[in-house]
Ligand binder design. Structure first.
Ligand code: FUB
Length: 324
């Protein structure tokens, strides 16, 4: 597979969560559906209904679409919008975590289980108790614990949960107030519930001051990913309105995370969403853009490129179209 070209083009795919299971690469993307509807700030254009798992035997192999792995028609609590998923393995079982709107229009996180990394996945009948918002990603830590990070502003409804309950029309957060972070929760042993209610992690600057809500180049918007490098926890995420992928680090999975810099400059299309994996001693960033569709925001394609660290653990910024 070449870098910086779509993994597949027979369907539109976005929000790639990549993992290495049994020495193969598996990518869990959203499946963008084609339609002619308008875009809005609520993300109504993202009308996904199912998931397909992509796989690569190695980085020279063709990418395989393993077919439909889960469809919303088989999930009693889901009304619409199966957005960015993630998958982890525990004791030979694969757990697919996905956000979707419930029958009241509120985003929740569901879980579905399979004996195979490519599914089919069987969904639990209800969403995870205490879950809210979008974009789950799960880290399997070195000690065998599993942590979920999730949340997204605007269409992802993160700002609607500031009181602990869902508020349909919250006041705007002042620009000089601390920005919201993603939620963090440890998963229970059954992988289908949280050990404790999710709590927000804090992202701070080099002086330990919270990144402000008005700091749109650095504040958290959506699409969290968590990986570890040399024992440090790297929380990376999209800044949404400014279209960067940036990162912050901590010695603890719960943070606080200190902002460190930019991983990728904007891609073609409004959203930017990624994951990071190590494969055979090198590091790779999986991401999406709208180059193939000519900038149609809900017709995205998943790509990957190499990611490089500096000796001090900082990440070199990627310019997504510089190879051309
Ligand atoms: O794909 C729908 C939404 O767009 C995702 O949940 C966000 O991260 C953004 O990529």
């Amino acid at each position: 597979m070449k870098q910086r070209v779509p993994l597949v083009t027979h369907i539109f795919t976005a929000d790639p969560s990549a993992h290495v299971f049994n020495d193969k690469i598996y990518v869990y993307p959203s499946h963008d559906l084609e339609h002619d509807g308008e875009d809005d700030d609520d993300g109504s254009e993202y009308q996904m209904e199912d998931y397909h798992v992509l796989s690569l035997d190695n980085l020279d192999a063709d990418c395989v679409d393993n077919g439909e792995a889960l469809n919303m028609k088989d999930i009693p609590w889901v009304d619409k919008q199966m957005w960015a998923p993630d998958c982890v393995c525990k004791d030979g079982k694969y757990y697919l975590y996905y956000p979707a709107r419930d029958k009241e229009g509120i985003f929740r996180i569901g879980v579905a289980v399979s004996d195979s990394p490519v599914g089919p996945f069987k969904a639990e009948p209800d969403y995870m108790a205490g879950s809210m918002s979008i974009d789950p990603c799960v880290l399997q830590d070195d000690d065998g614990r599993y942590y979920m990070y999730n949340g997204g502003l605007w269409g992802g409804q993160l700002e609607k949960w500031q009181t602990g309950s869902f508020v349909a029309n919250p006041d705007e957060i002042p620009a000089d107030a601390a920005s919201l972070g993603p939620y963090f929760a440890e998963l229970s042993d059954d992988m289908k519930s949280f050990k404790n209610p999710p709590k927000m992690v804090s992202i701070v600057d080099e002086n330990g001051e919270p990144i402000k809500a008005g700091d749109e180049d650095r504040r958290y918007f959506e699409g969290p990913w968590m990986h570890k490098y040399n024992g440090l926890y790297y929380l990376s995420y999209s800044t949404g309105t400014t279209h960067y992928i940036v990162y912050a680090t901590s010695t603890s999975p719960e943070g606080p995370f200190t902002y460190r810099g930019r991983i990728m400059e904007p891609v073609i299309g409004w959203t930017t969403h990624h994951s990071i994996i190590e494969y055979h001693g090198k590091w790779y960033l999986f991401y999406h853009d709208c180059e193939v569709s000519g900038g149609i925001n809900h017709r995205r394609c998943v790509k990957y490129t190499e990611l490089k660290y500096n000796a001090d653990g900082t990440i070199q910024t990627i310019f997504p179209y510089d190879h051309k």
